[in-house]
Design a protein around this ligand. Structure first.
Ligand code: NAD
Length: 300
């Protein structure tokens, strides 16, 4: 069985590494946080002293880090970069949500050393990471995609090949920009209905079965009490934080600027979520934008 180095054992990476162990892979894990290391050990990972120790001789190196600067640092720019120790023929699978430029430049540096690279950002959140039902959106060559697939299948349900290096990050940014627009529109429509005397549950059902139906109405209703298991019914705890949505919308805005793509709806959604964060809601689930529409003057 192949050996996998797993770097970054946070909310997403921790359960993903645990699922690789369950699937029978030998997982050498590393995180800067001691608590994350302890959890990984309890889940059956072998904890390494450093990222370099984990990556030496590994067949696959998976990273799940906050942003592009962490990924570039880990493989190329830190004091002990992983590209100094990763063996030829090994494949780097970076699952972090980062900018496409960083993904493409790390892939190009790896290629010079005979090391493969795919960007493989995920959709599905912490719940999907725990249940091994994530969607992986992969950028890389066909051969690299085939090499990565059996490993990704141990952590996810839908594995897509979006195109060459960086394409996974672009597709992920397109999806999350659309999601932010759908959520903002759904909150806006429900709020207008309530202000005109409609019951939010009745209105949601009407729109769900009509031409306004969308993912937010189907599985993630933003109004408290309409959907029992949605974050809205749990004080907007859990789920996908406003801060992370704003990060993803920033990546989408960069892509739109570089490619001269008009994104008036995405820009508006980004401003709405940023105003909502400014009122102290950055750590709440992104469906809490409902509160933004409902807040009365002077209230936060
Ligand atoms: P997190 O902050 O919980 O975890 C990141 C981990 O990386 C931390 O444990 C941190 O200690 C570790 N780390 C940072 N630099 C390191 C280094 N140089 N070496 C070793 N460990 C290092 O973040 P998360 O929620 O797990 O998200 C990770 C990535 O997944 C992000 O890019 C995020 O945008 C993306 N993502 C998150 C979600 C979600 O719902 N949380 C959903 C989809 C995608």
């Amino acid at each position: 069985m192949n050996t996998i180095a797993f770097i970054g054992l946070g909310n997403m990476g921790g359960p993903m590494a645990a699922n690789l162990v369950k699937a029978g892979f030998e997982v050498r894990a590393f995180d800067l946080s001691q608590a994350a290391q302890d959890t990984a050990k309890a889940n059956g990972c072998e904890v390494a002293f450093s990222a370099q120790e984990a990556a030496t001789d590994a067949d696959f190196i998976i990273s799940m880090l906050p942003a592009g600067k962490h990924v570039r640092g880990l493989y190329i720019e830190d004091d002990a970069p992983l590209f100094d120790v990763i063996k030829r023929g090994a494949l780097v699978i970076d699952c972090s949500t980062i900018d496409g430029d960083t993904a493409r430049s790390v892939a190009a540096d790896g290629e010079k050393l005979g090391i493969g690279f795919v960007d493989a950002p995920v959709s599905g959140g912490v719940g999907g990471a725990q249940a091994a039902t994530l969607t992986f959106i992969v950028g890389g060559s066909v051969a690299e995609f085939r090499q990565a697939k059996p490993v990704l299948e141990a952590m996810g349900k839908n594995i897509f090949h979006a195109g060459d290096h960086g394409a996974g990050q672009v597709a992920k940014a397109c999806n999350n920009m659309l999601l932010s627009i759908l959520m903002a529109g759904t909150c806006e429509a429900i709020n207008m209905g309530i202000k005109n005397g409609l019951d939010p549950a009745v209105l949601s059902e009407i729109m769900k079965q009509s031409s306004g139906g969308n993912w937010a109405l189907n599985v993630y209703n933003p109004y408290p009490g309409v959907m029992e298991n949605a974050p809205a019914s749990k004080n907007y705890q859990g789920g996908f934080q406003v801060d992370l949505m704003i990060k993803d919308l920033g990546l989408a805005m960069d892509i739109s600027q570089q490619s001269a793509s008009a994104v008036p709806m995405g820009s508006a959604a980004r401003s709405l979520f940023t105003l909502h964060k400014a009122k102290g809601n950055g750590k709440l689930d992104f469906s809490s934008l409902m509160k933004f529409y409902q807040d009365k003057e002077g209230e936060s």
